[in-house]
Design a protein around this ligand. Structure first.
Ligand SMILES: NC(=O)c1ccc[n+]([C@@H]2O[C@H](COP(=O)([O-])OP(=O)(O)OC[C@H]3O[C@@H](n4cnc5c(N)ncnc54)[C@H](OP(=O)(O)O)[C@@H]3O)[C@@H](O)[C@H]2O)c1
Length: 327
């Protein structure tokens, strides 16, 4: 597993991390024992970065990570969590120091740590990202010892570029995958130059980029790939990366044809993100074997130029018209 040093985080983290949304909720039923097996499979395969959030299963994901850490203190795992989405209603004025203290105290409790390694604002309203007070409050949390570093999780490249103006921003989490390439234009180069970590989320476009779904595939009722297909529960970009399902299935078939021998399409899709220079990729997994397979993609050196060009052509022809303007 390759690792890279993130200057603003002052840590090295693995090229492939572990997304922990599945072990909270919203992806059908993932049993608590399976959750522990997924985390163990990832850590045993060299993953040293877990991404969770206080709202994933209303704390279930954080508590699962906390239980795992309690057994494996020596695993050298950096845990990133998120805050903001517990606000109900989810309005800009909820992003204030009192709430930040309450939210981070709950996460510290769930994760069983005194100081959170990294806290990300969880796709806050644009107004919050544009308000200098937001960043002063986050600095206060670091001075208080509640958090070690802070970052942002954002929907759009424009939001990422705003956050990059802050000199102590540690990380930016953004959707980046074969179907979502816009961050490569400005966000990734600027972040890399500044030593800010890029955390590439939804790297498999919610599984589409494994090439395993068809037009006939159905998902559980409590899976966001059923209930958020129209963006009713949260930003539609978080489900299949905002690509209309049938369009994505068709394009993923073409992507799958480019899979080099000995790899899976999911592994190629993760390797593509590493190859284009993003820091850490955080695939989610609903079973331990997926976590193992995903971690193995961290050993893939690069993709050849012809494959990179063909993937770009699929994006430009089939996908860009659906996503490029919006995010
Ligand atoms: N706003 C935010 O900040 C935000 C939003 C979304 C996600 N995230 C974070 O990003 C992480 C990753 O994104 P995501 O989980 O939404 O989407 P993803 O990683 O693109 O897709 C995960 C799904 O892909 C399939 N999969 C994973 N590994 C596979 C493999 N090796 N072979 C075949 N299929 C595989 C599984 O689908 P099946 O279950 O169908 O097998 C899995 O549930 C999340 O877990 C979360 O930590 C953050």
């Amino acid at each position: 597993m390759r690792s890279s040093h993130v200057s603003r985080l002052d840590r090295s983290i693995s090229a492939i991390g572990q997304g922990c949304w599945q072990i909270g909720a919203d992806w059908g039923d993932v049993a608590s024992e399976t959750a522990q097996e997924i985390l163990a499979a990832a850590a045993d395969a060299g993953v040293t970065f877990f991404d969770t959030a206080d709202v994933y299963g209303d704390g279930r994901s954080e508590r699962a990570v906390g239980a795992f850490l309690a057994q494996r203190r020596d695993a050298g795992i950096t845990v990133a969590t998120k805050m903001g989405r517990r606000a109900d209603p989810h309005t800009p004025d909820a992003y204030n120091l009192d709430n930040y203290r309450r939210w981070t105290d709950r996460s510290r409790d769930n994760l069983g740590v005194d100081t959170l390694d990294l806290v990300q604002l969880h796709c806050p309203p644009e107004e919050v990202l544009n308000n200098p007070q937001t960043y002063d409050d986050l600095r206060t949390l670091t001075q208080e010892g509640r958090i070690a570093r802070w970052g942002v999780s954002v929907e759009t490249s424009a939001q990422a570029l705003r956050a990059l103006d802050e000199p102590d921003l540690a990380t930016i989490q953004i959707i980046l995958n074969i179907f979502r390439r816009k961050p490569l234009d400005e966000v990734v180069p600027r972040a890399n130059a500044a030593g800010v970590g890029i955390i590439a989320r939804v790297p498999l476009a919610s599984g589409l980029l494994s090439g395993k779904y068809s037009e006939a595939t159905t998902f559980a009722e409590n899976d966001h790939r059923t209930f958020n297909r129209d963006g009713k529960a949260f930003d539609i970009g978080e489900t299949f990366a905002g690509v209309p399902y049938e369009v994505g299935v068709e394009a993923a078939r073409e992507v799958a044809l480019l899979t080099p021998e000995g790899w899976t399409t999911a592994q190629m899709s993760l390797a593509w993100i590493v190859a284009v220079g993003a820091g850490t990729v955080i695939p989610g997994a609903s079973r331990p074997q997926q976590a193992r397979d995903n971690a193995a993609a961290g050993a893939i050196e690069s993709l050849d130029d012809a494959t990179l060009a063909a993937l770009k052509a699929i994006y430009e022809e089939r996908i860009a018209p659906h996503v490029a303007e919006r995010w």
